[in-house]
Design a protein around this ligand. Structure first.
Ligand code: FCB
Length: 494
């Protein structure tokens, strides 16, 4: 379990968590039997039970699986790829469980054809993968590495040949090290470099009908990488985290503009991980509002409404403890217009919820998985989706990540807990569609067991197991379940 700098001592934050013992979890659960509503969300007054008949999805609903470059590719020094911040971060073995690195990962750099076959066998309609920026531009900018472009062209072609829609993430946390050396996301110039990189890809792959995601989870990269110090680049500076928030969002907007200008086919959006925050008692509402501000509205509001919330940053529990005046000073005239450039879709990533106590600290109110930051609550997804419906302009929504890890580090193909997780979350998605949420698809994290960041290879999130020695792929029971759901385009009650 990671014992690392985190939010203020009593909080349990994503990957910067403090370990809670089983009895502490039980006590937290007992203290919270009342089923509170998340801040900003539609209340869920009575427990919901699925109908007796299978719940069906719209005929064009997209069923997908997801991965990211550093987590699955391996081949970190091949064919001209330059180093990224994750190569640097993993080189310090103490940063990662077991001293693991991005080698060999799931060796997808070499096995993408076989993995595409695997997805075709499962009936998956879309594959969300990310591009390694430093394969395309080894120093982040300047001369294009054609071998890198050719690789992703081949991946896209392999998918299209099997009728699988590419869902391409431009940035999933692996910033070229050369850009980090120049200040990374604290440096405004990185936003222009990102737009340059995006243009290379739109020109190279824009003839293909695809979905594009600019930035994956800007919150996790900003907070866990720049504030908690648990992810690359390993900083522990809230002001750097705030700068990384603004500059990643600005980079997103610039890439959307570049996408429009390029005439590339397909759709574009940003992938935000969102966290319903439930007050644990009536006095906790203010704290839950602040957690909601820093976890959710700090990202949703600028992208969808063109303004930052005023309660996300400051010296209070639940807030990002950066200097709000310095954060404002980063915002130049016109930045919010760029950030709120209209998108074609909103990608959300949902893993669970958090409680917030009367002191404004995040607390555990639901059972956690092997990832202690993950508090599992399926109807939190419904609350989140209906909240988006009610609080923001209507835009097609894709769930681009949703899943849970196996309880133990060993390879297993017997994963009833994951079947239960997926079934209950699919049910809540169907319920939300029935209640008017414009949800158009659902991607499971992950296709494969992979390199889970600071957890190394010790946390397996795949519906397909990977033996990292032989690289054998072994579909888990949940892969069969998912395949059946896709074939029926429906989820049954049990
Ligand atoms: C998400 C990340 C993804 C993976 C899952 C478990 O936050 O986007 O890379 O680590 O969590």
């Amino acid at each position: 379990m990671t014992d690392s700098p985190a939010r203020p001592a009593t909080t349990i934050a994503r990957r910067g968590f403090l370990a809670l013992s089983g009895s502490a979890v039980a006590a937290a659960l007992a203290a919270c039997t009342a089923s509170p509503s998340p801040t900003g969300a539609t209340p869920t007054p009575t427990p919901w039970t699925p109908p007796a008949e299978p719940m069906t999805f719209p005929s064009d609903y997209v069923w997908g699986t997801a991965t990211s470059a550093y987590q699955v590719e391996g081949a970190t020094t091949l064919d001209g790829r330059g180093p990224s911040v994750w190569d640097t971060f993993t080189a310090t073995t103490a940063n990662i469980k077991g001293g693991a690195t991005g080698e060999p990962a799931a060796d997808q750099y070499h096995r993408y054809e076989a993995d595409a076959d695997l997805m075709a066998d499962l009936g998956v309609g879309a594959y969300r993968f990310s591009v390694s920026w430093s394969r395309i531009l080894p120093t982040g900018s300047g001369t294009v590495n054609q071998a890198g472009v050719d690789h992703y062209r081949a991946v896209v072609d392999a998918l299209v040949a099997r009728g699988i829609r590419p869902a391409i993430t431009l940035f999933h946390w692996d910033l070229p090290q050369a850009l980090q050396d120049a200040g990374g996301w604290t440096n405004r110039d990185t936003t222009a470099r990102f737009a340059e990189y995006a243009r290379v890809l739109f020109d190279a792959l824009g003839d293909v009908e695809a979905d594009w995601f600019t930035i994956n989870e800007p919150k996790t990269h900003a907070f866990v990488g720049h504030w908690y110090g648990v992810h690359a680049p390993g900083l522990t500076d809230p002001d750097a985290a705030a700068a990384a928030v603004h500059h990643q969002l600005l980079a997103h907007g610039l890439a959307v503009q570049a996408f429009r200008a390029s005439g590339a086919k397909g759709r574009i959006g940003i992938a935000l991980n969102l966290l319903p925050a439930y007050p644990t008692d009536p006095d906790a509402t203010g704290g839950a509002e602040r957690v909601d501000a820093s976890e959710n509205r700090l990202f949703l509001d600028p992208v969808l409404l063109g303004a930052y919330p005023t309660d996300a940053i400051g010296p209070y529990p639940g807030s990002l403890p950066a200097d709000a005046t310095a954060f404002e000073a980063l915002q130049l005239t016109g930045d919010l217009d760029v950030i709120s450039e209209p998108c074609d879709l909103l990608a959300i990533q949902y893993y669970g919820v958090t409680g917030v106590d009367a002191n404004g600290n995040t607390v555990t109110i639901e059972p956690t998985s092997a990832a202690s930051w993950q508090q599992i609550r399926a109807d939190g997804l419904y609350d989140l989706l209906t909240r988006l419906r009610d609080d923001y302009p209507q835009i097609p929504i894709l769930i681009t990540e949703n899943g849970m890890p196996d309880p133990l580090p060993a390879v297993t193909v017997d994963d009833p807990y994951r079947i239960d997780y997926l079934r209950t979350h699919f049910q809540q998605a169907a319920r939300a569609i029935g209640d008017g949420v414009p949800l158009i698809g659902h991607f499971v994290w992950s296709l494969l067991d992979n390199f889970e960041w600071a957890e190394g290879y010790a946390q397996r999130w795949g519906i397909v197991a990977v033996d990292f020695v032989t690289q054998e792929r072994l579909p888990k029971a949940s892969a069969g379940f998912f395949s059946d759901v896709i074939a029926a385009n429906a989820v049954s009650p049990d």
